[in-house]
Ligand binder design. Structure first.
Ligand code: PAF
Length: 283
């Protein structure tokens, strides 16, 4: 695996591949890699002769400075995992390399409704930061295939919107890969390592309550079902931001189901200081 730290060097190397007609797969990450990330790398390797992974803990997407400070960094282990997985290129830029001029958003991405609901509502500015870094990374890597995890359901929609906004929808194919889970159902996440033993056990309540929604879904009024799931999650020790049911295609919140629309249940909640998110498709 080749490690590039400089944008210019990576760009030059990739340009040569592109000229040779080689397709490039790209997996952006913030490091602290787990099996979920490696499954994205594996999908990319299967479909592209060249797979690029980036590790960059993006300061502009943390609305909570404490979350940024405590974000786990395991770079040596990450390098070993990527090399063993068969990743071709690791891009490991500095903050200056990604943001040579300034850190505050210079572009305002018009994400519309997506920025006002769920993660957008509870993490103001978060998606602008995600768009800033992904826009920059896409300019540098210009992949044919882009790999994202379904665990960040709303982020997948935001990034698809970004790609349309910057006019790259015809050039880049977004591949959304399934969420990987621990045997007890907890979605794999870099933040899980911050949970202590007791919190780790309690954390399974997120998946349990999303599954509870799936099992008890009926047409008509959904408010009671959401309220019960919210209460269960709070009683399990979570400080809940939301547990919601939304249209799987556009994330509009659904309170009354016609039995037809494709639905997704999504949750975000704090276990002490650690904020966890998860979602499952319902039908
Ligand atoms: O999902 C993540 O890890 C990050 O939001 C991403 C897409 C790498 C951008 O920093």
């Amino acid at each position: 695996m080749i490690i590039f730290k400089k944008t210019r060097d990576l760009h030059k190397w990739l340009e040569a591949q592109r000229l040779a007609g080689i397709s490039i797969g790209f997996v952006p990450t913030m490091g602290a890699l787990h099996t979920g990330h490696l499954s994205l790398i594996e999908s990319s390797i299967k479909a592209n002769p060249v797979t690029v992974c980036s590790i960059f803990v993006n300061p502009t997407q943390f609305n909570d400075p404490k979350d940024f400070e405590k974000y786990p960094i395991t770079i040596e282990k990450d390098i070993e995992l990527l090399a063993n997985a068969g990743c071709d290129i690791l891009f490991l830029p500095s903050v200056k390399e990604i943001y040579p001029d300034e850190l505050s958003p210079s572009l305002k991405y018009d994400l519309g409704y997506l920025e006002r609901i769920l993660e957008g509502k509870f993490r103001p500015g978060h998606f602008q930061g995600v768009c800033m870094v992904v826009h920059r990374l896409l300019e540098i890597v210009m992949p044919d295939n882009f790999y994202l995890g379904q665990k960040d359901y709303q982020q997948c929609m935001v990034i698809k919107k970004l790609i349309a906004l910057i006019g790259l929808s015809n050039a880049i194919l977004v591949n959304i890969c399934p969420t990987l889970r621990e045997p007890d159902g907890l979605a794999m996440s870099s933040r899980n390592v911050r949970l202590n033993e007791d919190e780790r056990i309690k954390a399974t309540a997120i998946f349990r309550n999303l599954s509870f929604i799936k099992e008890n879904l009926t047409t008509g009024d959904l408010k009671g079902l959401k309220e019960t799931a919210f209460r269960n999650l709070s009683e399990a020790g979570f400080n809940v931001d939301y547990i919601e049911i939304a249209d799987a295609n556009d994330l509009s919140i659904i309170d009354d189901w016609d039995g037809q629309k494709k639905l997704v249940a999504l949750a975000a909640a704090f276990m002490t200081e650690v904020r966890l998110i998860d979602n499952i498709l319902l039908n």
